[in-house]
Design a protein around this ligand. Structure first.
Ligand code: ADP
Ligand code: MG
Length: 557
């Protein structure tokens, strides 16, 4: 039979997957089980939209079968199956190399399992198997096929017999070597342990024939081995459990299992809402921004379930852009399963949930800011820019939600402060909230324009992010106090104005001469009291500051 070649790049990747991507070999089982569960989800979804298919919950399960004599471990599912083409494209094409460059580019430390969403999960099987055989019959095909591969050499696909729709993955488990033990993957107790650890919340039963020693009937001390089919996962999804039953570790495991991120979540929010719209949700505030977060490729959204069945992987309508970093899921009994994407947008229930979630996220962030400042600053480092974009992009419409979540570096405190903190420290005679813009804190500190304001004892917010000033322009004010750049023409300091007017009159000739010489560079030359150790400085007139002008000029037309 003709062998098909893996592409050169694929060979390299397969080698990577097998030898270095995974921190733990045992995760191969999680990968195979989640693929099986995905396959059942798919057939379930088809049943909802196709009247010719009926879905009996009891017909759908995953079965694990171990056979020590043959050294085989099977993962069998009653899911949607794969056609010949599916086998060829899904199991024959490994993730593009761009995905695996990612691990290096982002300098991920050990302990991260980069699998799943890159379409490489299946290949984890080769960590424990010499040979993998996949027998599958697709829902849409009368013919079953067998795919077989012993690793990097390639794979074969042949027609075969299989009565029922679904997939059977057979691993020929490797022989033990001097320093590696593979026999453990043929032990029932070990398999049970791995399933519990990673796949406990899989919604379909994961069954296995378990051998147990039981008292022989009619005897008092004679035991016999009895084989019994057991369901080894608890199946109750974590979000339907009581918060009090769950530990931080459970939430962290769920985050990892779901591949919401490679980091550890900073905080989770678990909602069990029994109001006008009933829903469960587990939301996470990540600690680090994903590598593509501030790019167009990033897609926001929460997983959306209708009573335990996934209906959408990334429901964008549940999250406003400024909270696009939030990960997690929502499950509601009140949503119809076969609702279309278009209908979902107008769904009243979904809007209620979105509004509710938005409020919870905001409150959670405020409480981290209040009680766990360091944690908040970590969060802000990753996502603060997004909050500022949020203030800016909707013409200040989200001011109320966002203004108290912003942090800026303070000249006085030498650390990040909130606007509320700034305003609460303002002396009575201070009219404005002062800010200075520049590339870095060090550079701003050296700006001549900051001297007078600082001398006066007023606090200055340092804007080092390009978006800062744009965002603040949208806010307009905070607690009725307007923002004012230290390089603005009018700093709102009375004595300054009066004395400088006199100075200007006394030296009128000098000022006129200067203006003439610099006529194509400046609009006006004025006296100022704001300078202490510097002879001159540039100030902006009107609404656009010098820094903003730079940003605007740098923008592509
Ligand atoms: P991922 O799950 O991230 O897509 P995998 O390497 O785990 O990547 O699987 C690749 C693809 O192979 C899946 O997306 C799916 O289309 C198909 N597949 C794998 N296992 C099964 C299965 N048991 N039943 C049906 N399709 C499967
Ligand atoms: Mg997978």
């Amino acid at each position: 039979m003709a062998k098909q070649e893996f592409k050169a790049e694929s060979k390299k990747l397969l080698d990577m997957v097998i030898n270095s991507i995974y921190s733990k070999r045992e995760v191969f089982l999680r990968e195979l089980i989640s693929n099986a569960s995905d396959a059942i989800d798919k057939i379930y979804y088809r049943a909802l939209t196709d009247d010719n298919i009926t879905f009996n919950q009891s017909d759908y399960y995953i079965k694990i079968d171990v056979n020590k004599d043959n050294r085989t471990l099977k993962v069998i599912d009653t899911g949607i199956g794969m056609t010949k083409e599916d086998l060829e494209s899904n199991l024959g094409t490994i993730a593009r190399s761009g995905s695996f460059d990612f691990k290096n580019e982002n300098e991920l430390k050990d302990g991260y399992d980069i699998i799943g969403q890159f379409g490489v999960g299946f290949y984890a099987a080769f960590m424990v198997a010499d040979k993998v055989t996949v027998i599958s019959k697709a829902l849409d095909s009368d013919q079953a096929y067998v795919w077989e591969s012993a690793g990097a050499d390639g794979f074969t696909i042949e027609p075969t017999d299989k009565k029922d729709v679904g997939t059977e993955i057979i691993l020929s488990v490797k022989e033990n070597t001097e320093d590696e033990n593979y026999d453990e993957y043929l032990e029932e107790y070990r398999i049970k342990q791995i399933v519990k650890k990673y796949s406990d919340f899989i919604r379909y039963p994961i069954k296995m024939d378990v051998t147990e020693s039981k008292l022989k009937e009619g005897t008092e001390d004679e035991y016999e081995d009895v084989i019994e089919e057991q369901t080894i996962n608890s199946m109750v999804p974590i979000w339907k459990k009581n918060k009090s039953e769950l530990t931080d570790e459970d939430y962290e495991n769920f985050y990892t299992e779901k591949r919401y991120g490679f980091d550890k979540p900073l905080k989770h929010i678990h909602l069990n809402i029994d109001g006008t719209v009933r829903y469960h949700a587990i939301l996470y505030i990540p600690e680090n921004a994903p590598f593509n977060y501030y790019s167009k490729e990033y897609e926001k959204g929460l997983e959306l379930y209708s009573n335990g069945v996934l209906i959408m992987e990334k429901c964008a309508d549940l999250l406003p852009d400024y909270f696009s970093f939030v990960k997690g899921m929502v499950d509601s009994e009140d949503l119809s399963l076969n609702i279309s994407r278009e209908m979902l947008q107008h769904d009243r229930q979904l809007k209620v949930i979105a509004k509710n979630i938005n409020k919870k996220i905001k409150n959670q962030l405020l409480s981290i800011l209040r009680d766990e400042r360091e944690k908040y600053e970590k969060f802000y480092e990753s996502f603060g820019q997004q909050l500022k974009f949020g203030v800016y992009s909707d013409y200040g419409m989200n001011k109320d939600v966002l203004q108290d979540l912003l942090l800026f570096y303070s000249s006085k405190e030498k650390k990040l402060v909130t606007l509320k903190e700034y305003v609460s420290r303002m002396p009575e005679d201070q009219k404005y909230i002062y800010y200075a813009t520049g590339d870095s804190i060090e550079r701003i500190e050296k700006l001549p324009q900051t001297e007078m304001v600082a001398e006066k004892g007023y606090e200055i917010l340092y804007f080092t992010d390009e978006i800062d000033e744009f965002a603040i322009k949208m806010l307009m004010n905070y607690d009725e106090k307007e923002f004012r750049s230290v390089s603005s023409g009018d700093l709102g300091m009375e004595e300054d104005n009066k004395e400088t007017k006199e100075l200007e009159e006394e030296n009128k000739d000098l000022f006129d001469a200067m203006k003439e010489i610099l006529s194509d560079k400046v609009k006006e030359v004025k006296a100022s009291k704001r300078l202490k150790s510097h002879p001159v400085c540039l100030t902006a007139q009107g609404d656009i500051s010098i820094e903003m002008e730079k940003v605007i000029n740098a923008m592509p037309d």
